[in-house]
Design a protein around this ligand. Structure first.
Ligand SMILES: NC(=O)c1ccc[n+]([C@@H]2O[C@H](COP(=O)([O-])OP(=O)(O)OC[C@H]3O[C@@H](n4cnc5c(N)ncnc54)[C@H](O)[C@@H]3O)[C@@H](O)[C@H]2O)c1
Length: 252
């Protein structure tokens, strides 16, 4: 068991990559706070973890709202008494020409995808600092590195996460809190369904390893980064993308 009895908060864990991460950490012995804006679905995930013997709770928050974030962290502390691991994963994706992105949509993407990560860190950090132990993993995207048309708001938010990760790693190093990022490529999730419905064939062809990721592929990388095996790794961004970030498959 690689994270036995560690307490983990996973945001956006009601489905998709977040659910995959919560499930994988639970399999390796962690206790889990399933945080999501969708309480019913978060309850479903927590219930299925509990059925497998995990101490799990579902907590509702819109992670872009500071009072809601503080409330779920307080609830997690009251239930588990400590927080060892934070996985910032809750995020949304939209596609639109830059000339058509409204200010409201820009703010929504940046508020959830970037400010939400900051708010979660700010609420959790005092607990991790007090115990001089913590592991934070921020889910970014390969979209943070290369340019991509029709999603500049999303890409800017993901680029911000990389920068946030590096600066937090430096600020928290004296407290033995590791902060890293994982950048997925294309992953089979509900949130990515519309994108994959349009571009599946093209994306599959471009991925050197020849397949779209499953949430478990991302979860395995997160598990490594929050385990003691990664004790000497901080401020790093690991792309989990089947090679997509370094080039394209032969013949493309
Ligand atoms: N699926 C991919 O191909 C892919 C690729 C790169 C990066 N990512 C990133 O991985 C993360 C998860 O993506 P996914 O594909 O699993 O998405 P998803 O839409 O399937 O799941 C996201 C979860 O986050 C929750 N959520 C959304 N806004 C929230 C908010 N304000 N507060 C709390 N919870 C909220 C949703 O309710 C949902 O349960 C996101 O940050 C996404 O940008 C995904």
């Amino acid at each position: 068991m690689r994270v036995k009895d560690k307490v983990a908060i996973v945001t956006g864990a009601a489905q998709g990559i977040g659910e995959g991460i919560a499930t994988r950490l639970a399999e390796e012995g962690a206790r889990i706070a399933v945080v999501d804006v969708k309480l019913d679905m978060a309850n479903g995930v927590a219930k299925s973890l509990k059925e497998k013997g995990t101490d799990a709770i579902a907590l509702q928050a819109d992670t872009s709202k500071k009072p809601e974030v503080q409330a779920v962290v307080d609830e997690a502390i009251s239930h588990f008494k400590r927080i060892d691991i934070l996985v910032n994963n809750a995020g949304i994706h939209r596609m639109s020409k830059v000339t058509e992105i409204t200010e409201e949509t820009w703010d929504k993407i940046l508020n959830i995808n970037l400010k939400g990560y900051f708010l979660m860190v700010q609420a959790v950090a005092p607990h991790m600092q007090k115990q001089s132990y913590g592991k934070i993993v921020n889910i970014a995207s390969v979209a943070a590195y290369g340019g991509m048309p029709d999603q500049v708001h999303y890409n800017a938010s993901k680029g911000g996460i990389i920068s946030l990760t590096r600066s937090l790693a430096l600020e928290f190093a004296p407290f033995k809190i590791n902060v890293n990022a994982v950048s997925p490529g294309a992953v089979e999730t509900l949130g990515n369904k519309r994108f994959l419905d349009h571009y599946r064939e093209l994306v599959e062809k471009r991925i050197p390893l020849g397949r779209i990721a499953q949430p478990a592929d991302i979860a395995n990388a997160v598990l490594f980064l929050v385990s003691d095996e990664a004790e000497y790794i901080t401020g790093q961004c690991l792309s989990v993308c089947g090679g997509l970030s370094i080039g394209t498959a032969p013949g493309i």
